[in-house]
Design a protein around this ligand. Structure first.
Ligand code: ADP
Length: 266
């Protein structure tokens, strides 16, 4: 658990959180946020206490994906310090810049402001006791990544990629960033999203639209676990847009995310 202290009050940051897990990708649009959201809900469904921080300050998607775009976190006084109360939805505690500032404001922020927002989400939010706190990071490698690893002891990182060459090249950069000695965050594994497409009328066919097994090959090359494949499914996109994560429906798609949660929890 946490032994890092905040500069401000010298108290341990997030002492009640057992696992802090970064969800990262190299390229944007590969399904990192979708994966983080479904994973959070899947873990909560197993009975775990779960929180999710939307650290994608410039493009927050948690409020939409959890259908709570108009929610505003409450504030409470804890030993003379104002603490934000996370929004709760589908059994997951949530914090996002989208709850605090209109998205059009956040996009024009400079790096230091984005970093201080993340610090607030970590240190000034009433997370309580959690088994998992997932951090949905922005794509690429940024100040936000550094702020995260410098502020709290990150248990490990999940790398989301599609099997496409350009996505893999960026995923490699993300992976090696976590493995750098100064950062030294264990890579828990690679998740291959949009791995293939199976049309309803051809249930036995798999079309490898973005290429085949790119994520698996990457995991072998860098000797990190391969956590699973998520196919391209229209309902995953639809459930993201409608704010009802796909894992809440009891079908094969939900099963893919449940398996992912099981592999991550190990
Ligand atoms: P990122 O966080 O990497 O930018 P998102 O999670 O926002 O990516 O996903 C990008 C888009 O792709 C969204 O519209 C999302 O609904 C869609 N999407 C993600 N994963 C899948 C999938 N497995 N099947 C279908 N659509 C997906």
């Amino acid at each position: 658990s946490s032994t890092v202290t905040t500069i401000r009050d010298n108290a341990p940051l997030l002492p009640g959180v057992k696992n802090i897990i970064a969800v990262a990708s190299g390229k944007g649009g590969v399904g990192k946020s979708t994966t983080a959201a479904n994973l959070a809900v899947a873990l909560a469904k197993t009975g775990a206490e779960v929180g999710l921080i939307d650290a994608d300050i410039f493009g927050p998607s948690v409020p939409t994906m959890f259908n709570c775009e108009h929610e505003q976190p409450g504030v409470t006084d804890v030993n003379g310090k104002n603490m934000l109360i996370p929004i709760q939805q589908y059994g997951v505690k949530l914090m996002s810049i989208g709850f605090l500032a209109p998205p059009e404001n956040a996009v024009v922020w400079r790096g230091p402001m984005a970093s201080s927002a993340l610090k607030q989400f970590l240190g000034d939010t009433l997370w309580g006791d959690l088994d998992y706190l997932l951090i949905d990071l922005p794509p690429g490698t940024s100040d936000i990544h550094l702020t995260l690893v410098q502020s709290v002891p990150v248990t490990g990182a999940l790398i989301v990629t599609t099997p496409q060459k350009v996505a893999l090249a960026d995923a490699k950069k993300g992976l090696t960033m976590f493995q750098q000695p100064q950062i030294n965050v264990p890579v828990l594994g690679i998740i291959e999203n949009m791995a293939y497409f199976t049309p309803a009328e051809l249930p036995n066919n798999k079309y490898y639209i973005f290429g085949e097994n790119g994520g698996r090959n990457l995991s072998e090359k860098y000797d990190v676990p391969f956590l699973g494949q998520i196919p391209i499914v229209q309902s995953i996109r639809e459930s993201g847009d409608s704010g009802y994560p796909a894992v809440l429906k009891d079908d094969v798609t939900a099963e893919a995310f449940r398996n992912l949660a099981e592999n991550t929890a190990q």
